[in-house]
Write a protein that binds this ligand. Structure first.
Ligand code: 13P
Ligand code: SF4
Length: 301
């Protein structure tokens, strides 16, 4: 292991590479990364980075977003098949068809979507800025929110608005947590604050003390001593490691995203050694998708 880590250090210098890791990555990957963050933080970082290679430890839609935002840098995804089942719950063809039937509807897409879907959308959002993005759309405009029905419905509720939700969801957040589990764990830890991700279903976000992105949770965890976390396991694992003195309870320890766990240290090493797997986005699709991303980033500055 030590030798692999040393080789990674040598190669990243030699090849002028930067390593980014999403907050759900295994702790050992987060520890070797130059930057960690949620989807928005990593998109902003990817855009400003000046390097020859960016090794993106996350899932495909994140690496694609980085490649679109920073076309000068070669973006590598160390595990070729690290995808996101929610992103696959809508195709560009389905969205094009919807737009033909509803030409006046604004399309807001969660960043957890394909580049083709981003290219067909008016504006993109992440869990950190969904409320802000929806607020930027005129009140009288009908909104289709794709693909995550939970995030879209939750964000609209914060503004007292309604949206038309697509039927997508994150299987991990949708099925790992529910109201019964919240009640059970809260009974055991009555003085803990419940932080939930907005990809959870409404039965959980309605009961949570606070709802936020994974980046928001990291920030909030620095202030709290006792907390229950309703999101993917990578984040509570990392929090437990950096705050051994705090009481951090994962609402459901089986809430694991297999795709987020596909990257190991040897994948990162091979990615740097063989410059694999390069994420390429067709220029015309990228040119359209970047508009929906740029509109979002403009609001987040
Ligand atoms: P954030 O880290 O942006 O909150 O989103 C989590 C997620 O769904 C990644 O798949
Ligand atoms: Fe997709 Fe859910 Fe995994 Fe995030 S946690 S990458 S939304 S399947």
């Amino acid at each position: 292991m030590q030798r692999m880590l040393e080789e990674i250090q040598d190669l990243r210098k030699q090849k002028n590479a930067v390593i980014l890791a999403h907050n759900y990555q295994p702790t050992e990957i987060i520890e070797l990364a130059d930057y960690m963050g949620d989807s928005l933080q990593l998109a902003l970082k990817a855009k400003e980075i000046s390097a020859d290679i960016l090794v993106f430890c996350g899932v495909r839609f994140m690496a694609e977003t980085a490649a679109i935002l920073n076309p000068q840098t070669r973006v590598l995804l160390p595990a070729q098949d690290a995808g996101c089942p929610m992103a696959d719950m809508i195709t560009a063809q389905q969205l094009i068809h919807y737009k033909q039937e509803n030409p006046d509807t604004a399309i807001v897409c969660y960043v957890n979507s394909s580049v083709e879907v981003k290219a067909e959308s008016d504006i993109c959002c992440t869990s950190a800025n969904a409320v802000q993005v929806l607020a930027s759309i005129p009140e009288d405009k009908e909104i289709l929110f794709v693909p995550d029905r939970n995030l879209g419905t939750w964000a609209a509720k914060q503004l007292g608005r309604t949206i038309i939700p697509w039927r997508g969801f994150c299987p991990i957040h949708q099925w790992s947590f529910d109201a019964t589990k919240v009640e059970e764990v809260r009974n055991r830890y009555p003085d803990h604050i419940l932080l939930a991700h907005p990809e959870c279903n409404a039965s959980v976000t309605d009961l949570a003390d606070e709802v936020m992105s994974t980046g928001g949770m990291l920030k909030r965890a620095a202030e709290l001593d006792k907390m229950i976390i309703a999101t993917e396991k990578g984040l509570p694992d990392y929090l437990k490691k950096i705050y051994p003195q705090k009481s951090i309870v994962h609402l459901e320890p089986q809430a694991v995203c297999k795709d987020m766990k596909k990257i190991s240290i040897s994948h990162v090493l091979n990615s740097l050694r063989f410059e694999q797997y390069e994420v390429k986005v067709e220029a015309d699709i990228a040119a359209r998708a970047v508009k929906s991303l740029d509109r979002m980033l403009e609001l987040s500055r």
